[in-house]
Design a protein around this ligand. Structure first.
Ligand code: F6R
Length: 623
């Protein structure tokens, strides 16, 4: 999703801005741009193709500057176009449309909800709008409040903005100054040696190789960057002491961003899962509440005090929560609810202060999940745990307990290794809660842990099935619809398989608990409808076989993932892949792998942009 980089230095900052955009590219965008301060004014380059082409455009024109901002845009208000791409410039009453830039240059992540009213007011005052974006109003608003002090103008504008924003702004009249502000969208400040260069970015990752000295701005903060010094202000616009916004040394995420022998990041990330699981479980010697780092109190006491669990997340992370509900209720016997964060945040619910709120997120910055976490806090539900792949993310910072999955940076928009590592963390949570409540004894815990440690090897064996999946993908590549069926613990895996297929191959895919088939979706089944069935050898297998007969009787073609010892055989209309071994409670972590590979190979055959599927972004920081 949208990305921000800003820099101020004594040197040309354009290479740093471009490098930053390249690092944020994987999040998805449809246009990009850079603006710098040049002698006597503002200059910018914008485009609707890739950052590499913007870079070529800039190199050809040779512009350079010591203060600048850059942006990747993921369209919300206004189509992807050069005019709508950031940075935006103000065009005040004195400057006529088409006659060069005004004095404020600005990039913005988030959504300004009241932009319509502001736009009308500013137009009445003579401001000229050249884009359809909500962002341009902010540039004009700051311009209208500018009296020679950029920080003051930005801070004066903020109370008028409704919605979410991270802003980076500079002004023609103050070349050595960059101002930032955030509310609802992340923004960090990067500090070079002795403040000789200073940076803003929507994610510290953008500054990898530039500086590892990072200040995380908090909700409502604004900041003033001038060569050699910076200052942070809180939401009341008062200066903040450096100890409450400390400079942290932030190491870039573990795994490399090189593709290695792989064709796509998604493929690389699928095959990294055995390593990611091993890393996530590394150092877990025994089942102990201290696995979930506590900031304010011992995790043990907090986890003992809860009487139920509420899991909030979006997309793939939500499906990992759906799997966890089965574990938490079956193994730990603790009542568990799972809800899509975007629904929870706006619904009236009955808060229970003894509920453990668990938010799950790869990025830790997803706007809806973060808002849902805050809403639980406002409702008095203060026992919170984040399961997340980014240790420095807002969700980790804002919850009391955390478990950091060690998937390494996930670049493919379609989540794979983040999902399985989330499941590993949720399984540990289940064991901790179960042990505390005497639902499991030490020997049973040790047995579960042994199985978890063996997962990496078991995953390797499943990934070796790739050639068989590729044969299935040949059939799927020509289809426009697919059904996925599962039962119990594997119903969320069917949901995840369908989501993967639709998001990267653009095939319409739906998942159902198999028992629901005859309550509606069976009407869709014809020989043109492939039906993927996740059929592990568990208590529901015989029921699932009946559902498969229902499909075959209507001419539907089955693609079945069955365990080695299951009495299901290939026959006409039934394609079978045997999983190497049955894996009990942890079986979802294995069954999801063939479904990830199926989506991946189908998408490759259809020639889609696997790592950057259309319309999607990696980190959804707006509602
Ligand atoms: C699907 C996918 C998304 C994310 C969702 C939540 O492959 O990646 O559905 O799972 O946008 O993102 P996080 O986990 O970062 O909160």
């Amino acid at each position: 999703m949208c990305g921000i980089v800003g820099a101020i230095s004594s040197q040309n900052v354009v290479p740093v801005l471009i490098q930053g955009l390249l690092r944020l590219e994987y999040r998805g965008y449809d246009s990009c741009g850079v603006a710098v301060h040049v002698q006597g004014g503002l200059q910018r380059a914008r485009g609707t193709s890739r950052v590499a082409e913007l870079q070529a455009q800039i190199e050809a024109s040779g512009f350079a500057g010591a203060t600048g901002i850059a942006h990747t845009r993921w369209a919300t208000h206004g189509v992807p176009s050069v005019d709508n791409a950031h940075p935006h410039f103000s065009h005040g009453p004195g400057e006529h449309a088409g006659e060069g830039p005004g004095r404020i240059a600005l990039v913005h992540n988030g959504i300004i909800e009241n932009y319509d009213i502001l736009r009308t007011e500013l137009q009445e005052r003579g401001y000229v709008f050249r884009s359809q974006t909500d962002t341009e109003v902010v540039a004009h608003l700051i311009d209208s409040l500018y009296d020679g002090d950029l920080l003051r103008a930005v801070q004066a504008a903020l109370p008028s903005l409704k919605g979410a924003y991270a802003l980076a702004v500079f002004c023609k009249d103050e070349p050595q100054r960059l101002v930032g502000a955030r509310a609802g969208s992340p923004l960090v400040l990067g500090v070079g040696p002795e403040c000789s260069s200073l940076y803003l970015a929507s994610d510290a990752l953008a500054l990898t190789g530039v500086t590892d000295q990072i200040v995380y701005l908090e909700e409502g903060d604004s900041c003033d960057l001038q060569t050699g010094q910076y200052a942070v202000y809180d939401k009341t616009m008062r200066p903040v002491a450096s100890r409450s916004r400390p400079v942290l040394t932030v190491h870039p995420p573990g795994s490399s961003t090189d593709l290695g022998p792989y064709r796509h990041y998604m493929q690389k990330e699928i095959f990294e899962q055995p390593r990611a699981i091993a890393d996530t479980l590394q150092g877990v010697e025994r089942i102990d509440a201290n696995l979930f780092d506590g900031k304010e109190e011992a995790a043990d006491a907090m986890l003992r005090s809860v009487d139920s669990v509420l899991i909030l997340a979006c997309g793939t992370s939500y499906y990992s929560g759906c799997v966890a509900r089965y574990w938490l209720e079956a193994i730990a016997k603790i009542p568990t609810q799972v809800e899509v964060a975007s629904e929870f945040r706006y619904r009236e619910c009955v808060p229970n202060e003894r509920t453990l709120v668990v938010v799950i997120s790869q990025s830790g910055e997803t706007a809806d999940t973060l808002a849902a976490l805050r809403r639980t806090r406002d409702l008095g539900m203060r026992r919170s745990l984040t399961i997340c792949n980014v240790a420095t993310s807002a969700m980790v910072r804002e919850s009391r307990l955390a478990y950091i999955t060690r998937a390494g940076v996930e670049i493919g928009v379609a989540s794979t290794k983040a999902f399985t590592t989330q499941l590993a963390a949720l399984f540990l949570l289940t064991l901790v809660l179960a042990r505390q409540r005497n639902r499991l004894d030490d020997a049973q815990c040790a047995e579960h842990l042994r199985a978890a440690r063996h997962l990496s090897a078991a995953m390797q064996a499943v990934l070796a099935l790739e050639p068989q999946i590729m044969a299935w993908a040949q059939d799927f590549a020509s289809k426009e619809h697919a059904l996925f069926l599962g039962r119990g613990l594997h119903y969320p895996i069917a949901l995840e398989g369908a989501l993967k297929l639709k998001e990267i191959s653009y095939i319409h895919a739906e998942a159902y608990p198999a028992g629901e088939l005859k309550h509606g979706p069976l009407a869709l089944v014809t020989s043109a409808m492939p039906v993927v069935t996740v059929a592990p050898n568990d208590a529901l297998l015989e029921k699932l076989k009946s559902n498969m007969h229902e499909v075959r009787a209507r001419g539907g073609v089955l693609y079945v993932l069955a365990d080695a010892d299951t009495h299901i055989d290939s026959e006409e209309g039934l394609h079978l892949i045997r999983m190497p071994e049955h894996y009990g409670a942890l079986s979802p972590l294995l069954h999801v792998l063939p479904l990830q590979l199926l989506a991946y190979h189908t998408a490759c055959l259809r020639g889609t942009d696997v790592d950057k599927p259309r319309n999607l972004a990696k980190s959804v920081t707006v509602e």
